[in-house]
Design a protein around this ligand. Structure first.
Ligand code: ZN
Length: 392
């Protein structure tokens, strides 16, 4: 049992301490007045506990004047550990190192060849993390955990990709085990959309509500569902797999084996293929950039993808009635060309969205949503007592 769990005479004090540590972890850094508000504890209690935590080395205080008045900002001490968030995409991977106050210490991207071998990618991730740790004078012993975001659903029971076809060659790869063995710290593996949903639900667009959905419109299409403030994974981790809802029974064959999935209409390949006759070997990013610059053909395919996606999200809205729908990923970054037809399709096909005036909103974190969520996921999964170990 963690020493923060209570159950002894000093249970109340421990519970209050845990509340303060949780609030600092959740928000990254708060003044004592803000901590009192966030925890509903008196400023005297907060002050006494912060003093104790500072002496134990778990938190640090730094002068700040961010609210107009001089105050002390309370953060988790950096020596309490580092976290590594990894995002594996269809074409690239990105690694971000943060401290437990969620301050970003390093952030690097690396392209991935389309025919990459999964074990080589896992090697590259490990080497990149170690290299980046070296850059900030740290080593793997400073890592509290690594969270790897995958562009596919992960079965929480097995840690493997939930079904065949959607991430070829990775299906039998125990990613968490392999990386944990190489780097020597706990490793979590989670679907990217779930992590983006967690980021919005904790610190972003959905922070004030319990039920929300994040629509990840990227090379692949998926959604992350948060119910009662927790990631809802469903059976085998497949909740929110809206990219594989059939929208055209006569459509082309999808990677999952079904015909006419949403992804065959609104995924990267579907968006770029109709433009090759005009632009040659155009990439997904090119299409988005050309659309934003006013090319009518590129804008057309993005608007059509947005409408197809909006119709499926409308069905999800009717089923789950989330309080907030957030949309992110490369397609969403096309801006109003995407957002307007998307919101219209949700509204036109979901009476609940219409009556509640519940229009989708863009992500608070843009391109960073998944990595912010991965960082939060490690911090929320780490036993606070582990943070107490003196790592200096
Ligand atoms: Zn499919």
């Amino acid at each position: 049992m963690s020493r923060w769990s209570g159950g002894s005479q000093s249970g109340l004090r421990e519970a209050n301490t845990a509340k303060i540590v949780d609030a600092v972890k959740r928000f990254g850094g708060l003044t004592q007045v803000e901590l009192a508000e966030a925890t509903s504890l008196s400023t005297a209690t907060v002050s006494a506990i912060v003093k104790e935590l500072s002496l134990s080395g778990l938190v640090e205080t730094h002068p700040t004047s961010r609210s107009g008045r001089r105050a002390q900002l309370v953060t988790i001490a950096r020596r309490a550990g580092l976290v590594a968030a990894v995002q594996i995409g269809s074409r690239s991977m990105r690694v971000r190192l943060s401290d437990v106050g969620q301050d970003v210490l390093a952030d690097r991207s690396m392209p991935l060849p389309t025919d990459h071998a999964e074990d080589t990618v896992l090697d590259r991730i490990t080497l990149l993390i170690i290299d980046m740790l070296g850059m900030i004078a740290a080593d793997p012993g400073d890592l509290l955990g690594v969270c790897i975001a995958m562009p596919a659903p992960v079965d929480p029971a097995t840690g493997l990709i939930a079904y065949r076809g959607v991430m070829r060659r990775w299906e039998t790869q125990p990613v968490a085990e392999v990386v944990a063995q190489r780097i020597g710290c706990p490793v979590l593996v989670e679907k990217d959309a779930n992590l983006a949903a967690l980021a919005e639900a904790t610190l972003g667009t959905a922070r004030d509500v319990e039920d929300s959905v994040f629509v990840h419109a990227s090379y692949t299409i998926s959604a992350g569902v948060v119910l009662n403030s927790q990631i809802y994974r469903g059976r085998a981790g497949t909740a929110g797999e809206i990219g594989h809802v059939q929208v055209d029974p006569a459509g082309s064959i999808c990677a999952c084996g079904q015909r006419g999935c949403l992804e065959t209409i609104a995924g990267a390949e579907a968006v770029t293929a109709p433009l090759r006759a005009t632009f040659g070997q155009v990439t997904f990013k090119d299409v988005i950039a050309r659309a934003a610059a006013g090319d009518p053909g590129c804008a057309r395919v993005i608007a059509d993808a947005a409408t197809a996606l909006g119709r499926v999200v409308a069905a999800a809205h009717q089923s789950l009635a989330p309080e907030v729908i957030t949309v992110g990923g490369e397609l969403a970054e096309a801006g109003p060309i995407f957002l307007l037809p998307f919101a219209t399709a949700v509204r036109d096909n979901a009476p609940q969205a219409r009556t509640l005036r519940n229009d989708p909103v863009p992500s608070s974190f843009g391109k960073d949503a998944v990595l912010v969520g991965a960082t939060i996921h490690i911090l929320q999964s780490t036993d606070p007592s582990q943070l107490l170990e003196d790592r200096s």
